[in-house]
Design a protein around this ligand. Structure first.
Ligand code: IMP
Ligand code: ZN
Length: 360
């Protein structure tokens, strides 16, 4: 079953398909374990069953759901698949293969003569300790794959809302450690089930990340059940980008628009998770009308059966399949992906370090 965005892409005439394919794009909001190509995940699950015995029911059921396509009732339902995916990617070898497959998926041509989906990506992932590796080893393995792509890929370290402050501290220290040793870590993300955790407990730690020149992107107001206090707390951390921002209250809208904090927009994700009723009701249009910066992203291509070209097709296709934007407007939107990437902070940090070395 094709996703909504793929249907929009399929509806386009050939010249519009090639316009979207050749448009330079940056992917700034993609979760590693949510973007593993399905054939890669199935193969990794098979490999695991050869060494560990039959697949546990959790894994079998998740693979069946992913093959059939998700039918979610609430955003929280999507999170139920991650324990199975995590079971499959719990060894250094599996997470290396998964990372490589995700980077290929976004950055390599899908077939000869067809441009890659994007020319630059900021992949994000949550450092995870398993019986087979520590959080440090996890990050080291992922980074080992990211560096192979040169300047085309960088990494954002995700903090899960369910983490204890001690776990958050460990993840931020690791991010600082690897970044200081020259690894391509460009920022911190706040993600996870939007209804979990107490964000006040993270305040000092998020300040520390900012002081260490690691910019923050935060999933915010993703569920209508997120409170104004939760939103205000996250905004008090001075995030440099926001994910979704679907249910911002009036005070938050004012602050976000005054400070022009770019919003990462994931159309298929919002539609499949049913946090937005329809494309025509999506908040993207009103932010664009305000001249507010937005970036088009995929979120979880595995879960939402999408890709970055198809997400852009949702902008270009005629209603009701798409929003019917003009090519010129889409070109302008795509440029914002480059303008608001964290990659620049990596360059600034390298320069700061060089000057500091010179002074010492
Ligand atoms: P990982 O960080 O590479 O393990 O990618 C999967 C994780 O990303 C999940 O466990 C969630 O914490 C997070 N994630 C994926 N999609 C979403 C979303 O739509 N909202 C919030 N968090 C998400
Ligand atoms: Zn996300």
């Amino acid at each position: 079953m094709a996703g909504l965005a793929t249907q929009a892409f399929d509806s386009l005439p050939p010249h519009q398909k090639s316009f979207l394919r050749s448009l330079p794009k940056a992917e700034l909001h993609a979760h590693l374990n949510g973007c593993i190509p399905l054939d890669c995940l199935i193969k990794l699950a098979l490999d695991a069953s050869k060494s560990d015995g039959p697949q546990p029911p959790l894994v079998r059921e998740a693979l069946q759901i992913l093959k059939a396509g998700l039918n979610l009732n609430r955003i929280e339902d999507g999170f139920k698949l991650f324990p199975a995916i995590y079971h499959i990617t719990s060894t250094p070898k599996a997470i290396a293969l998964a990372t490589s497959a995700v980077l290929d998926f976004f950055l390599e041509p899908t077939s000869p003569g067809v441009p890659p989906q994007c020319v630059y990506m900021e992949l994000r992932t949550t450092p995870r300790s398993t019986p087979h590796m520590s959080r440090k080893e996890y990050l080291s393995v992922v980074l080992g794959e990211v560096v192979k792509r040169g300047g085309k890929a960088s990494l954002i370290v995700s903090i899960d809302r369910r983490m204890s402050p001690q776990d958050v501290a460990e993840c931020i220290s690791l991010a600082i450690h690897f970044r200081n040793s020259g690894q391509p870590i460009v920022g911190i993300d706040l993600c996870g089930n939007p209804l979990s955790g107490n964000m006040k407990a993270f305040h000092t730690l998020m300040d520390a990340a900012r002081d260490a020149q690691l910019p923050l992107t935060a999933h915010i107001a993703e569920s209508e059940r997120n409170t104004a206090q939760d939103t205000a707390e996250i905004l008090s951390w001075s995030p440099r980008r926001l994910g979704h921002a679907t249910f911002l209250d009036a005070d938050a809208v004012l602050k976000v628009s005054r400070e022009k904090i770019p919003i990462e927009i994931c159309l298929s994700s919002n539609l499949v998770s049913k946090t937005v009723e329809s494309l025509s009701a999506h908040h993207l249009r009103s932010w664009l009308e305000l001249g507010h910066p937005v970036i088009i992203c995929t979120d979880d291509t595995l879960l939402f059966k999408t890709n970055l070209v198809a997400e852009y097709a949702l902008l270009l296709a005629r209603p009701p399949l798409g929003l019917g934007f003009e090519e010129e407007e889409i070109r302008r939107i795509a440029q914002m992906g480059f303008r608001y990437r964290f990659h620049e902070s990596r360059k600034t940090w390298n320069a700061v370090q060089k000057i500091a070395r010179f002074k010492n």
